[in-house]
Write a protein of this length. Structure first.
Lengths: 467, 358
């Protein structure tokens, strides 16, 4: 037995395609194990479904960070400055005397990227009893120029979306235009106006250059009450994030790319193996007992062959919104009596007449024993290739259902990412990373199983001698 | 024709009919969610009835109990009008009779582009579009498989042959998946590089061109990417399968004998390889054609192609049962008819089919 297994593996490794396939499968299995240990499923689902509030410090639709390796113009990372932490570039002082509190907060950062940030937000939290602090926000550029962004009274929880402040945008555009004595004709956004070098290039859309250096955001405030507090968090959203980027809800795509692996592998493998085994068992029973059992099974199989599989599956899952494991069960149930049963039955009808089966019958083996110990093991090797090959189909079935909006409503899967990307027009907007990353994972998974399956087919079913 | 053949065909036909009827009944049951769709329809009728009565100025003088009574009475009449007063199981058999006799009825929610609610019109409007796209594609695929398969089987072991074996695993990725990449390259990237690109999806430019020729050209332009995606996805496996198939047949003893007799290669091809392999090839071809009429739900969604697949998708999203049942019924009938026709042809033509045996 061991020697046979050894020679089988030797034969398998002789084929390069099988070697590549096995290597990819090994990597995917390793990745799955890492994912399951490092990020438990419940936590992943919670993060994935947390909503935009949770991901507020992430940029929207950011590319993966590694794209910077390939770009001559470095895209910005996200910069977060928070007075509640112990960051070195953060200064906060509140001096209270004589029923008056003076506030000064300075948030400084070094901006050395070649592209403008995607968004700028300032989150303010204040504590006071009756006098809300009145503050003025200043923007200090590396060349020392000071710009007043806004003056206002802070409520307890205040969000100042700097980059979507339309009046600021208008003011800044006028300011810059006046400085250059020429009007900016296009809709230059706040992010550009705050970070650009103010020279002729800013007049042409897309030509403006980033002014690199030490930026500072200063908050000066006053409140007519002692013992107040004010905390500020400045987020300069970048254009790259993490190793997988983010989606339209600022979520880290890495979570879904990682968790897609174990889900796709287990869905594909469980579906293909159990469907093959069940179909084989039904085929064996049909061929062994013949008569009424056989006729019944044949008729049921024909009914299922008339029913279109995908439409029926879509109808059922639209109604019930299954989670992925129930979906798996439904897929198995719908295909248990699929066309494969007929093939297996034909195979078993031949095997049934083999002398060793007759011998088993002669010594009094029961039907169950013969079906499970004598018929099925004989067929098993010949169906291995198609079993491995169909893993690819089921991996894509899950993705296809997700693209139709019918997958698991909770689980983060590759198909889900592709669906999100599609419905949010990733291909129109040029957000290719969003589609490409899950697609490459899907392709790698199914190609690896396909390459292994084709090689197994050559070894187990050598209809042709191929070099 | 012997009476045995007729008896065999009658038996087959009867069996097929029973199979189709059971399958249709199952579809009716599933599409109605075991009667749940009734509840949706009933509650919608109730809401519309109560709204129209409450907003009717003629009934303003009535008090609440009178209005409720009026609503319930009108509701009962409406329900009876569409036959929903009978239990679902009873009605499911009426649906079955309608489905079998192909009186497909009216859609619950969907309309055809021309504004009709008749299921027949809705389906007939979509069918040509799907046939245009997928039947064309399947025909091209079939002939690619046939010709290249035959070609490679004659050059067994050559570089091209080995290449086709190597590329076959690429077909494990489905057509819609290649479609996404094709859209990415030819619609999106091409637009950003050259300023022009192929359409992202749809069937015709918006607004549709008035001129017939321009209209046809516009449809053709929209067909390029979906057709390409299927060709890329399924050509390799088609060629591989046909090549292996022909190779197995060309190593049969009678082919070897023909070669030994010194018959010309073209004659061997036609008479000794192609002819005996024709029945399974024709079966394959006709079943794929029937399958292609169901469209490809996901490919049609990716390319936004308004065919049968899209219709099925939108109908299942809003539980438009009559449309769903209509689609499956037509498919089941077509499939059964094809299988039966093939049975007849083989029973008459192929002497190897032992009529009355297995």
């Amino acid at each position: 037995m061991l020697a046979r297994a050894k020679s089988f593996f030797k034969q398998l490794l002789f084929y390069k395609s099988a070697l590549i396939g096995l290597a990819i499968i090994a990597i995917l299995v390793g990745l799955s194990i890492y994912t399951v240990i490092a990020l438990p499923y419940n936590e992943a689902v919670k993060l994935w479904r947390a909503g935009e509030q949770y991901w507020l410090d992430n940029p929207r639709n950011a590319m993966p960070s590694w794209v910077n390796f390939f770009l001559s113009k470095k895209l910005p990372e996200t910069i977060v400055l928070n007075t509640e932490g112990n960051q070195p570039n953060v200064f906060k002082a509140i001096v209270s005397t004589n029923k008056v509190s003076n506030i000064r907060i300075e948030l400084s950062f070094n901006y050395r990227y070649d592209d403008f940030p995607s968004e700028i937000n300032l989150f303010l939290k204040s504590k006071f009893n009756y006098s809300a602090p009145k503050i003025t926000i200043l923007w200090i550029k590396p060349n020392g120029e000071e710009i007043t962004l806004k003056s206002f009274i802070v409520s307890r929880d205040y969000r100042y979306y700097i980059s979507s402040d339309n009046s600021l945008e208008k003011d800044l555009r006028e300011l810059t235009s006046r400085k250059l004595n020429k009007t900016i004709e296009y809709e230059a956004p706040v992010t550009l106006l705050l970070f650009a070098q103010e020279d002729e290039r800013i007049l042409v859309e897309g030509a403006a250059e980033v002014m690199k250096g030490q930026y500072k955001l200063v908050i000066n405030g006053i409140a007519f009450e002692e013992g107040i507090d004010l905390d500020a968090k400045l987020v300069i959203y970048g254009k790259v994030y993490g190793w997988a980027g983010t989606d339209h809800l600022r979520r880290d795509l890495g979570i879904a790319i990682l968790w897609g692996t174990p889900i796709a592998l287990s869905f594909g493998v469980v579906a293909s193996v159990s469907i093959a085994l069940i179909q084989m068992l039904i085929g064996a029973i049909s061929a062994w007992f013949l008569g009424g059992v056989d006729v019944t099974i044949q008729r049921i199989t024909e009914i299922f062959m008339v029913l279109p599989f995908l439409p029926i599956l879509i109808m059922i899952s639209t109604f019930y919104k299954f989670n992925i494991w129930v979906l798996l069960l439904v897929v198995i149930a719908l295909t248990a009596f699929g066309g494969g049963v007929k093939n297996y039955r034909a195979m078993f009808l031949q095997i049934k007449e083999f002398p060793y089966v007759e011998a088993a019958r002669a010594y009094g083996a029961g039907s169950f024993r013969i079906v499970v110990y004598y018929l099925i093991p004989k067929v098993l090797p010949t169906i291995m290739p198609s079993m491995v090959l169909s893993v690819a189909d089921f991996v894509f079935l899950e993705a296809a259902l997700a693209i139709l909006g019918l997958g698991d409503p909770l689980a983060p899967t590759w198909g889900k990412i592709i669906d999100d990307a599609f419905t949010n027009g990733a291909l129109y907007k040029g957000l290719y990373y969003w589609v490409l990353q899950p697609s490459i994972m899907l392709a790698a998974t199914s190609l690896s199983f396909a390459m292994l399956g084709f090689t197994l087919d050559k070894i187990f079913n050598p209809r042709l001698k191929e070099a | 024709m012997s009476s045995r053949i007729i008896k065999y065909l009658l038996k087959r036909g009867l069996l097929l009919l029973v199979t189709v009827i059971v399958a249709i009944y199952m579809t009716i049951y599933i599409a109605n969610m075991g009667g749940y769709v009734d509840e949706i329809v009933k509650s919608e009728i109730y809401i519309s009835v109560s709204q129209s009565i409450r907003q009717n100025p003629a009934y303003r003088g009535l008090n609440d109990t009178q209005i409720m009574k009026l609503i319930n009475e009108t509701y009962a009449i409406e329900i009876e009008k569409i036959g929903f007063d009978k239990p679902f199981i009873y009605r499911s058999f009426i649906y079955l009779k309608d489905a079998i006799t192909l009186s497909l009825g009216r859609a619950l929610f969907l309309y055809s582009d021309s504004g009709s609610k008749s299921v027949r019109i809705i389906i007939l409007e979509r069918l040509p579009r799907t046939v245009l796209l997928f039947t064309t594609t399947q025909m091209i695929l079939f002939f690619i498989g046939l010709f290249f398969g035959l070609f490679l089987s004659r050059r067994y072991g050559s570089f091209l042959d080995k290449l086709s074996v190597m590329l076959a695993p690429l077909s494990s990725l489905p057509g819609w998946f290649y479609g996404i990449f094709l859209i990415l390259v030819f619609a999106s990237l091409f637009r950003s590089w050259f300023g022009v690109g192929l359409p992202y999806g749809g069937m015709v430019d918006a607004p549709p061109p008035e001129d017939k020729v321009m209209y046809a050209l516009s449809v053709l332009k929209h067909m390029i990417l979906p057709v390409m995606s299927w060709l890329v996805a399924y050509s390799f496996i088609n060629v591989y399968v046909r090549r292996t198939f022909f190779l197995i047949f060309s190593s049969e003893d009678y082919v070897e004998l023909a070669r030994a007799k010194g018959l010309p290669e073209s004659l061997i091809q036609r008479r000794y390889i192609l002819r005996p392999t024709l029945p399974p090839i024709i079966t394959d071809f006709s079943l794929t054609l029937i399958g292609s009429w169901m469209g490809a739900i996901i490919t049609e969604r990716v390319f936004n192609w308004p065919g049968i697949g899209s219709l099925f998708y939108s109908a299942s999203m809003i539980f438009d049962t009559p449309v769903l049942v209509g689609l499956v019924v037509i498919y089941a009938y077509l499939l059964a008819a094809t299988v039966f026709t093939l049975d007849i042809i083989y029973a008459i033509l192929d002497p190897r089919i032992r009529v009355g045996g297995t």
